[in-house]
Design a binder for this molecule. Sequence first.
Ligand code: ZN
Length: 305
Amino acid sequence: MKGILVLFTIFEHALLSNAAGHEAWNYTDQGAWSSMTGSQCSGTSQSPINFPPMVEMVYSENLKPFSLTGYDQLVTSPTIENNGHSVTVKFTNEAHVSGGDLGSKFKAAQFHFHWGNDNNRGSEHTYNGKTYPAELHVVHYNTKYADINEAVSKPDGLAVLGFFIEVGPIHNCNFGPVIDTLKNIPDKGNSTSLTPFKLRHILPMQLRDYYRYMGSLTTPPCSETVKWTVFRDRLYMSEEQLQEFRKIYFDSSKTKLMVDNWRPPQPRNGRKVYISFDVKANSSPVHLFNFILAIVIFCVQLLCV
Ligand SMILES: [Zn+2]
């Protein structure tokens, strides 16, 4: 009898410790997130946030350029999954990010997207009140921990690189491998392999200018363990490419289209937002250079559509 009781207690513990990550939740009733087991969703350092105007952010000399390794290699065994909240791409190769005042080396674990029902909304972070049609999150965990499951509960466990996505006039062929497979994962639980690609190619050319703050996961259990970096340079997708995201479903019985899978900005509660570039020192030649660079990138993208 005693043995059975002990077994039951162990089983119950196992259930509880898993609960925060596996309880059912949705984007329609975000108020319910706070009452989930192990939830930090009503904490004081939550994400996303609205980035204030440049003058209200603090320039920090410590925010040096990032160093990316493994980003220029083709990903191995890439898979894409509809997990009922987003589409998540995983791979087996090693890709790391360091520098940028991250304080450690972080390993890329997966990337996923947030998007709206139309182009007026979709991003989680906003800039000076402006919302973008979609947002890309590349999730990394601190290599001092064994894996992402161990890292997610540690204060220095995660580093997420975030990118605003805007509508551009042409297809962004760098997202081709991802977007081409969306039609194969319409239902929750579907997953498939995708054509290998280079991680670096899905990011903007210029990664020097970024915003930094301490925050959380934007989905339950909203763990406050994320060093956030959101980049000033935006990514582009065509209207048709964004529409492909809006054709898949939250559920497995195709009753609810997967749109508006974003959490709105949370109170900053006095948290400072740092920027890696000095607004006052930004001279016009730099802007001119960026402008020319943007045109060159666009021309290169034209070659591959
Ligand atoms: Zn995300």
